[in-house]
Write a protein that binds this ligand. Structure first.
Ligand SMILES: *Cc1c(COP(=O)(O)O)cnc(C)c1O
Length: 403
């Protein structure tokens, strides 16, 4: 182990925790702070974003036993289909639009039927999905929308917050995803009848677990301690580089997920840590938004690549679509193992994770596969200074030029 680790940027801009977040007065409960900020009546806390989705789907499944399918994008976090199955339901994969992460509306309409329980429009990396269109397709067939805003806490969409534009929404409080209590999730719903069902479903499936809470407490202390430039090699970089050397791309991206993910309540101490950090979140989003907006023109100056942008989104990282897979991989060969926070989003389209097995719709998702093959991300952490960002851009520019 290096005694004097080199500074390293995390792959996403998470709100750094200070040691002052670990003890002291709590301004208000975390759920009250989140509800107030998001402008909703109530927020339900679960032990992960995946758990929040599982709780919501379990309640929906119980209420509408004849509907067994949940339509999800074919390019999203592999935990999403695992949550669908954990709720006893079937994930139906919907291809995305060409060169994009959002579901193709025509494909979504084709996938929806009287079998469809819910549709999951998904914001990725703070970039916004079209929730209004998902609502317009889901509602006439009697399905509800569940906005996956795991990576978009604080993003604004259609006159409100992303996550509150569908019938139901959830956010992740996992490490690196904005505000973190190491693992956590927030669940919101427009309708009080659904909120009551979600509270009951949570009491049924998420029990207090001293062992999980102890583990998450230790992990959160480690995160608060190491989430700084000189700690990132130990917290993230060294194991990521080891995985890359071993050719374990899923390991490097942290995607060795298990169908047996934990479901338990979140203890009082971790809730208090989140509550103490919460008041800093809005200013952090403002600062990272300003940084991203200042950096986009440099990316736009590189011919052949596309940097995703929109009004209102948040900026954990900058999402780039490269001309082809070969160029993307050539850039990653030079930059993934660097300390500059360059990485991939999800390694595969969902049908290509062996551990997920087959899912209906999975045999016809060319756009999702193309998107997985051509995208990369550059961290928007404030720790990536201008000189390092310029180095990343110069490598991309040179690689595209010779491709
Ligand atoms: C991370 C993520 C999830 C799951 O959230 P966890 O809090 O990690 O369980 C779901 N959907 C998307 C798009 C994600 O990025």
């Amino acid at each position: 182990m290096r005694l004097r680790p080199e500074p390293e940027s995390p792959p996403t801009a998470g709100l750094p925790l200070g040691l002052g977040d670990l003890a002291g007065p709590v301004p208000a409960p975390l759920t009250a702070l989140a509800a107030n900020w998001l402008g909703v009546d109530e927020v339900q806390l679960e032990c992960s974003g995946t758990a929040a989705l599982t709780v919501a789907l379990s309640a929906l499944a119980e209420h509408s036993p004849s509907r067994r399918e949940v339509a999800i994008p074919a390019f999203t976090c592999p935990l999403v289909p695992l949550a669908v199955r954990r709720a006893g339901l079937v994930p139906r994969l919907v291809d995305v639009m060409p060169g994009h992460f959002d579901m193709d509306p025509q494909r979504l309409a084709d996938a929806c039927s009287e079998q469809t329980l819910a549709v999951v429009p998904t914001h990725l990396g703070g970039r916004l999905a079209d929730v209004a269109t998902a609502n317009a397709i889901a509602h006439p067939v009697g399905a509800l929308t569940i906005e996956d805003a795991a990576q978009a806490l604080g993003a604004r969409l259609d006159g409100g917050f992303a996550g509150t534009r569908g019938d139901i929404g959830f956010f992740s409080l996992a490490a690196g995803k904005g505000l973190s209590i190491f693992e956590g999730g927030l669940l919101v719903a427009q309708d009080e009848a659904w909120r009551a069902r979600f509270r009951r479903a949570s009491r049924r499936i998420a029990r207090w677990s001293p062992t999980w809470e102890l583990r998450r407490t230790i992990e959160l202390i480690g995160y608060a301690t190491l989430y700084r430039p000189k700690g990132m090699a130990l917290a993230y970089g060294n194991s990521m580089r080891r995985s890359l050397r071993d050719g374990d791309l899923l390991g490097a991206a942290g995607e060795h997920f298990s169908a047996d993910f934990p479901l338990h309540t979140v203890g009082r101490w971790r809730r208090a840590v989140g509550a103490r950090a919460f008041p800093r979140l809005a200013a952090f989003i403002e600062a990272t938004t300003a940084q991203a907006r200042a950096r986009l023109p440099r990316l736009d100056s590189i011919p052949g690549i596309h940097a995703f942008t929109d009004e209102g989104g948040t900026w954990p990282y900058l999402m780039l679509r490269m001309p082809d897979e070969r160029t993307r991989d050539a850039v990653l060969t030079r930059l993934w193992s660097s300390r500059h926070g360059v990485a991939r989003m999800f390694i595969h389209a969902l049908p290509d994770y062996d551990y997920l097995g087959t899912m209906p719709g999975g045999d016809d998702v060319p756009n999702a596969r193309d998107f997985a093959a051509r995208t990369l991300t550059i961290t928007n952490s404030p720790w990536l200074d201008d000189a390092s960002f310029e180095h990343v851009c110069a490598v991309i520019e040179a690689t595209v030029a010779i491709a």
